[in-house]
Design a protein around this ligand. Structure first.
Ligand code: B12
Ligand code: SF4
Length: 407
């Protein structure tokens, strides 16, 4: 069940008369519903709201299939499970007649990339410097869907809704492009003329029949700024990403160890990556987020690695309560922080890495060894390997010690 809207609609009352039977009345009803939808979406804080049909992405099944066949999804098995639902909204919900696509601007206020140059601080991607967008958007989606149904009922129409914000097998980007919120840039994300690369996407599936919007054309032209900016060459061709190389995947989704050759390229990015988004020339039209819950927290703009590397599980949970970072759990968080420590060149951080040689998780111990191999002098590392390395039983962590000794 969806909650009632926060306050009654401010739209003009309807003219009387029967709503059934006549095509022109039905069209009037649809256009009134759409006007209501736009006003209510704006009132709730959505920045863009448009409609696509459920048959709007006929090319998606083959493209998703190609992506999966090449193993580009890494160990995100959930992307391949229910792939038929994901690529075709009508398979996900056969009764769906309209898909409402919504965008919420999360544009940063300042230079989001400045912290990348400060190797003693961790870089948290823009989308994770505030409250978790799933939580912020989900409540508003439910309110909007509830208000839409109530308005439809007042117009004599019955309908059902399902709301999604990255919570179901739905391909939000191609659907949003089909509805005209923007187009899929060469980095694969949706780019908007009005908001650049900084839009969260969400959808409402409904059995109501709403007027559809036209798709937006592609405005990338010959630009390849995003392809060239990617530190790990994860964008190997326009519109093609290999998630296994993407820093966002490696720091957020990957449960295992970060492959050795990619570690240096990750720099101080401890959660996600924005490089391909940040360089997009369309960001010159971007605006700072207006939603208060999406304003960046000052303490997450450039958190010192010395602070993060010293956290225990409780401090980690307290610091990131209500935000996306908490989702990766403490062990993967420490893995990421130690990777950044290894790239910092800051010898004062070595004792913090050394303290993690006794951590329960091999992910953490392995990255601590790697960080120490990069920070300590060869002599000091050899001494440490003799005293601590010999006690290691995990084969992957032992391999990290061996690598360090081979330098
Ligand atoms: C899986 C996933 C990831 C994975 C894989 C990324 C990917 N591009 O698929 C990882 C973990 C790497 C990731 C990273 C990020 N993600 Co993500 N992610 C998703 C998720 C859950 C599914 C995406 C998906 O379906 N991928 C499968 C591939 C096959 O689909 P696709 O990317 O649309 O690929 C299309 C193109 O390749 C295209 N294509 C192929 N050939 C051609 C040719 C032409 C001419 C054209 C036009 C298109 C085209 O067809 C494919 C199918 O449409 C969505 C939420 C959702 N449910 O949709 C969020 C989502 C895409 N992520 C989002 C964000 C914000 C990010 C990050 C910026 C986070 C960060 N700062 O670290 C990065 C950006 C990295 C990047 N360049 O994509 C937002 C993007 C918002 C937007 N404006 O587009 C989404 C929509 C979440 C949300 N609800 O807001 N993500
Ligand atoms: S998010 Fe970073 S690593 Fe991933 S494709 Fe974009 S620039 Fe490359």
């Amino acid at each position: 069940m969806v909650p009632a809207p926060e306050k009654p609609s401010e739209l003009p009352p309807l003219a009387g008369g029967s709503r059934s039977g006549r095509g022109d009345q039905s069209d009037l009803c649809r256009s009134r519903l759409l006007t209501f939808l736009h006003a209510e979406a704006a009132r709730l804080g959505f920045d863009v709201c448009r409609v696509a049909g459920p048959d709007a992405i006929p090319e998606a099944p083959a493209r998703l299939e190609a992506f999966l066949a090449e193993g580009r999804h890494g160990d995100m098995d959930w992307l391949s499970e229910r792939r038929d639902w994901r690529a075709d909204p009508q398979k996900l919900w056969p009764e769906v007649r309209s898909i409402i696509l919504l965008g919420m601007n999360y544009g940063p206020q300042g230079d989001e990339s400045a912290v990348l140059a400060d190797r003693s601080a961790g870089n948290i991607s823009v989308y994770a410097r505030h409250r978790d967008y799933h939580d912020v958007i989900k409540g508003k989606l439910k309110l909007l869907a509830g208000a839409l149904l109530a308005r439809a009922k007042a117009l004599g129409e019955a309908g059902e809704v399902k709301v999604f914000v990255d919570t179901a097998p739905v391909m939000e980007k191609p659907l949003a492009a089909a509805a005209g919120l923007g187009w899929q840039g060469k980095h694969t994300n949706l780019v908007s003329r009005e908001f650049g690369s900084w839009l969260f996407l969400a959808s409402i599936f409904t059995t109501l029949d709403l007027p559809r919007d036209a798709p937006e054309g592609d405005h990338c032209g010959h630009c390849r700024a995003c392809l060239d900016a990617c530190p790990t060459a994860a964008l190997d061709a326009p519109h093609k990403i290999d998630a296994r190389l993407c820093i966002s995947y490696l720091t957020i989704e990957a449960k295992g160890q970060v492959p050795g050759p990619l570690r240096e390229k990750i720099g101080n990015r401890i959660y996600g990556c924005d490089d391909c988004l940040a360089v997009c020339p369309w960001n010159k039209f971007a605006k700072a987020a207006r939603e208060a819950k999406l304003q960046a927290r000052a303490d997450l703009a450039a958190p010192p690695l010395a602070e993060l590397a010293a956290f225990d599980d409780t401090a980690f949970r307290a610091k990131f309560a209500g935000g996306p970072v908490k989702r990766i759990g403490f062990a993967r968080f420490l893995r990421n922080v130690l990777l950044a420590v290894g790239n910092s060149g800051d010898l004062s951080l070595a004792p913090l890495a050394e303290a993690r040689l006794a951590h329960d998780s091999p992910l953490v111990r392995g990255m601590a060894v790697w960080a120490l191999a990069r920070l300590l002098s060869r002599e000091k590392f050899i001494t440490l390997a003799e005293t601590r390395g010999g006690r290691e039983s995990d084969p992957d962590v032992r391999a990290e010690w061996q690598w360090g000794l081979s330098l």
